[in-house]
Design a protein around this ligand. Structure first.
Ligand SMILES: [Fe+2]
Ligand SMILES: [Fe+2]
Ligand SMILES: [Fe+2]
Ligand SMILES: [Fe+2]
Length: 580
């Protein structure tokens, strides 16, 4: 991917609106409307289907593609979607909403062009397209398209991921379709927010009618899918159900349960980058999560096996995001925000930690023999160095008073240093999640600044997931796979990490003597701060950030468990103090 394409791609998957904390917000308000419309408009990816360079496929890959039974229905679905969305757009009077819906319609048309070009490039025969008929009830048609996208995209996300993993789609083709998939993610996000906004802005007597209409759309869509599966709809439409039966066609045998897990993880991942204040499509994920309870759990990969190694390394590599720190959309800060940013007492520590992290990981990489592990760890080293660079860029740009010192020489036992660093990251990230959330909610800095740091937080989350899996793999390789043994080893390292943290905090307190991070600055952060709330935020944020990772992967569990116990005791304690 060249860098302008990568930038457009990145811009399409992360977006945060301006100002205002997540809680101060009403669905159906003007602010809500601005938020979901701007989300769609600002994340537009200006690629042109006509200039897509269709990768040359080897005969096998081409044959696989041609034999998929979906191309007719795909082209026709996009054609219908374009007309339906555009037609509804014509009835809308609100300027911003009209603009956003027009863009949605344009993108559907572009999907159709992408598909048509691809079909042409690979010599796939299409049935003749039916005439597209302008819908009589534009609102109904828009809703049918919107909700069916909510169903189809959810499954398509998972199938696409599966096709990518199995190599069914060669990487060049994956790159070509990636923006289309992400666009469908934006569409359903836009759509569910439109529904939430729309129903709150209609005359009271229309609301029950609208609720019925929503039900009718769902009934229609379910009937369409089940009915077709039973052959009631006749053979030509059999493709309509591809989303549900497609996993075999893309060349991987997975259980339905596993496929559902992948769909859930992909759905969460694709929507994770957008403003948390926006509603998420939740009907399909909820239903699937419910159904999932009655299906067999996937066989966990055996820790220490090659499959385990490949899973966590592959996952780490495929979730890599390209960016260059100095080209990020750094905002202009006003005096007050600038003062707050400069007053944060830990930039020195953060820069130093990232620099050291980069050095440790880099040096450790050299001692690793396994080529798969080596590649993944090298990538982590690169990302740590990029974190240091990002902090440097920020320091320079906003004139933060931080001196960069040369690093102390690294310990001779680099493997232990790597482990210490890994457990340290687990501790720092868990606490960092809570701090980040509180700071973001309090509007300590503009949202655009948090959007940048969110990328960093996401990378740290990937690092710790990678690390705990590497650690378990490594221990198992040495014949120490038993849970209790791994637990003891982790405990020892966690205690060391916590001791270091306390040391750092003490040193920090001495240097700053509490003066610089003055009471007024801190109060922005600490308004209504309680230890319990902080812990709750850490816990909830950790859970939220972890849910988008593949369920076959281990996750750091020590601190979440500890926090869980602590929170239960706190609850019990406050209950006994004030019995109801
Ligand atoms: Fe589409
Ligand atoms: Fe769409
Ligand atoms: Fe880092
Ligand atoms: Fe990291």
């Amino acid at each position: 991917m060249d860098s302008s394409v990568a930038d457009a791609d990145r811009a399409a998957r992360t977006w945060h609106g301006q100002a205002g904390g997540p809680e101060r917000f009403r669905l159906g308000s003007e602010q809500h409307k601005t938020l979901f419309c701007r989300m769609l408009l600002d994340t537009f990816n200006p690629y042109k289907p006509a200039v897509i360079d269709w990768p040359k496929l080897d005969p096998d890959a081409r044959e696989r593609l041609v034999s998929l039974p979906i191309w007719d229905i795909a082209v026709q679905t996009e054609g219908k979607a374009k007309l339906r969305v555009a037609t509804y757009g014509e009835t809308v009077s609100d300027k911003l909403l009209k603009e956003a819906i027009a863009l949605n319609g344009f993108e559907e048309g572009r999907h159709k062009d992408v598909l048509a070009n691809m079909v042409h490039a690979y010599g796939i025969d299409l049935a003749e397209e039916p005439a597209y008929v302008k819908p009589r009830d534009p609102e109904w048609a828009f809703m049918v398209t919107g909700y069916s996208e909510c169903i189809d995209s959810f499954f398509a996300f998972g199938l696409f991921e599966l096709a990518k993993r199995s190599g069914f789609f060669p990487p060049a083709l994956v790159d070509t379709f990636e923006p289309v998939m992400q666009e469908e993610g934006r569409h359903i996000l836009f759509f569910v927010n439109w529904v939430a906004w729309h129903k709150r802005n209609m005359k009271w007597w229309r609301r029950p009618w609208f609720a019925l209409k929503v039900l009718a759309v769902w009934a229609f869509l379910i009937w369409e899918r089940i009915g077709i599966a039973r052959g009631l709809g006749g053979a030509p439409d059999a493709d309509n159900n591809f989303t549900v039966t497609g996993s075999k066609s893309v060349g991987i045998e997975v259980s339905t349960g596993e496929l559902m897990d992948i769909c859930l993880a992909e759905n969460a991942r694709r929507l994770a980058g957008y403003d948390p204040r926006l509603q998420r499509p939740n009907v399909v994920p909820r239903l699937v999560r419910f159904a999932r309870r009655f299906m067999a759990k996937p066989k966990p990969v055996e820790l220490g096996s090659t499959a385990h190694r490949d899973l966590f390394c592959e996952h780490f590599k495929t979730t890599y995001q390209h960016y260059e720190p100095d080209k990020l959309p750094w905002p202009e800060l006003d005096e007050a925000a600038l003062a707050r940013l400069r007053s944060v007492p830990f930039w020195q520590e953060v820069l130093h930690t990232e620099l050291r992290a980069g050095a440790i990981v880099k040096q450790f990489t050299e001692t690793v023999d396994d080529p798969v592990l080596k590649e993944a760890i090298a990538l982590q080293g690169f990302e740590e160095a990029r974190h240091a660079e990002l902090i440097r860029v920020m320091i320079k740009r906003y004139g933060i008073d931080v001196q960069e010192h040369a690093l102390d020489p690294l310990p001779a036992d680099i493997a232990t240093a790597f482990k210490d660093f890994g457990f340290g990251e687990c501790v720092d990230s868990f606490l960092g999640f809570g701090v980040f959330k509180i700071a973001r909610q309090s509007g300590f800095l503009p949202e655009s600044m948090f959007a940048i740091f969110d990328t960093l937080m996401y990378e740290e989350t990937r690092h710790i997931v990678f690390f705990v899996n590497w650690m378990a793999y490594n221990e198992a390789q040495r014949g120490r796979a038993a849970g209790w043994r791994r637990g003891l080893t982790s405990l020892r390292f966690y205690i060391r990490a916590l001791k270091r943290l306390v040391g750092t905090a003490r040193r920090g307190a001495q240097i700053n003597d509490g003066k610089e991070f003055s009471a007024t600055q801190a109060s922005v952060f600490l308004d209504g701060f309680t230890f319990r709330r902080f812990l709750e935020d850490c816990y909830a944020e950790n859970a939220r950030r972890m849910q988008e990772f593949d369920r076959g992967l281990l996750r750091p569990s020590f601190l979440p468990k500890l926090a869980d116990v602590a929170l239960s005791s706190l609850r019990l304690w406050s209950f006994r103090r004030n019995p109801a």
